[in-house]
Design a protein around this ligand. Structure first.
Ligand code: HEC
Ligand code: HEC
Length: 337
């Protein structure tokens, strides 16, 4: 119970301290901080990781890449309720955005991967996602002369291994950060960056206790919390959250608090993708996490604030992938009967 009580205590404190008006809000000592731009330390590795990110040959079908489900033209998500994987398999859970995911305390809704490198090996071998194996992925890359040369240049080794693949993918993902959101500009002191309506939305968000869970640089991503703190969340989705990792009953229905950065782009919402709109997600959160029913005006203000969290999207030049060789295994788009 301990870690679910803490946010409520914090929320109570915040409500008690809420004596300022929207216009007296000062952009310092806020529970949210601006996102710094990505620092690229190894541009060659990032470039290689970008190629792997877009390469559908890492899937059995030769059709699905990381970008299929985390589309960087759509906020790093697929905008589907739950993702579609190999053989049109309907995935079990909503695809979270990869934008700013390097700031997460752990990866996946239940945090079962400690970091981006550990996460990156997962989807390739997941039968419902890319349905490949690490051995096949490495054999495939080793059969492509362009990749051989590029891996050698980056890692100074003669053969490619899965560790290098996940290192490169993680290095690329670390560059997927979204600085300069209007809200960040306000945090940095630009009073004109937000409208009165948006600022009032932030005040509602802060003073009603949303910030107890959605705080820090990513406005979330840094803790696991109960979905349905004051009222149970009703869903057909069988996912049980953090308990799947820890086995502790107290962690049942605890999910990683999602980042709210770019949330305008990453609909539908929640791990089951059940909320189609931000208005619906805000209404549900108020009710089940805080026991609070927002008026339509309050809801609209909070939604207006959330839209100020959209930052500069990563500007990418589409990579040109090295062609397969005669030795490269051919894709199998459909399962053999
Ligand atoms: C078929 C769709 C699909 C493909 C392909 C896919 N992902 Fe995912 N990804 C998901 C889903 C769904 C989740 C959430 C799974 C969960 O939490 O149990 C996820 C989670 C993640 C996360 C964790 C984000 C967070 O906030 O917890 C990262 C990072 C990620 N994927 C990166 C990748 C990379 C890298 C690739 C390519 C190697 C990839 N994904 C391929 C659907 C996909
Ligand atoms: C007790 C912690 C807690 C509080 C308080 C809280 N949230 Fe959440 N929020 C979560 C968790 C956990 C999730 C993910 C739940 C899931 O999908 O299973 C979430 C998800 C969301 C989402 C969907 C994001 C996405 O990408 O799917 C939005 C939007 C959101 N919260 C807004 C708010 C707002 C607005 C408030 C205040 C009215 C609020 N939250 C209060 C923990 C909290």
């Amino acid at each position: 119970m301990k870690n679910t009580l803490r946010p409520l205590a914090l929320a109570a404190l915040l409500v008690a301290g809420a004596t300022t008006t929207a216009w007296a809000l000062q952009p310092n000592n806020e529970p949210i901080s601006p996102i710094p731009a990505a620092k690229v330390t190894n541009p060659a590795m990032v470039e290689l990781g970008k190629k792997l990110w877009f390469d559908p040959r890492l899937s059995k079908s030769g059709f699905i890449s990381c970008n299929s489900c985390h589309n960087l033209s759509m906020g790093g998500s697929d905008n589907l309720k739950t993702s579609i994987g190999h053989n049109w398999a309907e995935g079990p859970i909503n695809s979270p955005t990869v934008l700013n995911s390097s700031m997460n305390v752990a990866q996946f809704w239940d945090g079962r991967a400690a970091n981006l490198k550990e996460q990156a090996g997962g989807p390739i071998a997941n039968p419902m996602e890319m349905a490949f194996t690490h051995e096949l992925a490495v054999d495939l890359l080793n059969s492509i002369p362009g990749y051989q040369a590029e891996f050698k240049q980056v890692f100074k080794k003669d053969t490619i291994n899965i560790d290098q693949v996940t290192d490169a993918l993680a290095a690329f993902e670390e560059t997927l950060v979204t600085p300069n959101a209007r809200f960040d500009k306000w945090l940095k002191g630009d009073q004109k960056a937000l409208t009165k309506n948006e600022l009032e939305g932030y005040q509602l968000f802060r003073d009603n206790g949303c910030v107890a869970c959605h705080n820090g640089v990513a406005v979330g991503g840094n803790s696991f919390q109960r979905m349905g703190l004051v009222e149970p969340y009703k869903t057909d989705n069988p996912a049980e959250g953090r308990v799947a990792v820890t086995g502790a009953d107290a962690d049942r229905f605890n999910f990683k608090v999602p980042t709210l950065r770019n949330v305008e782009l990453t609909y539908p919402y929640f791990h089951d993708g059940a909320a189609d709109t931000l208005a619906e997600a805000v209404d549900t959160m108020g009710r089940i996490q805080l026991g609070k029913k927002f008026t339509p005006e309050e809801n609209a203000k909070i939604v207006a604030f959330l839209k100020t969290l959209t930052g500069d999207q990563p500007q990418l030049t589409l990579p040109i992938l090295p062609p397969s060789s005669d030795k490269t295994p051919r894709p199998e788009p459909f399962a053999k009967k």
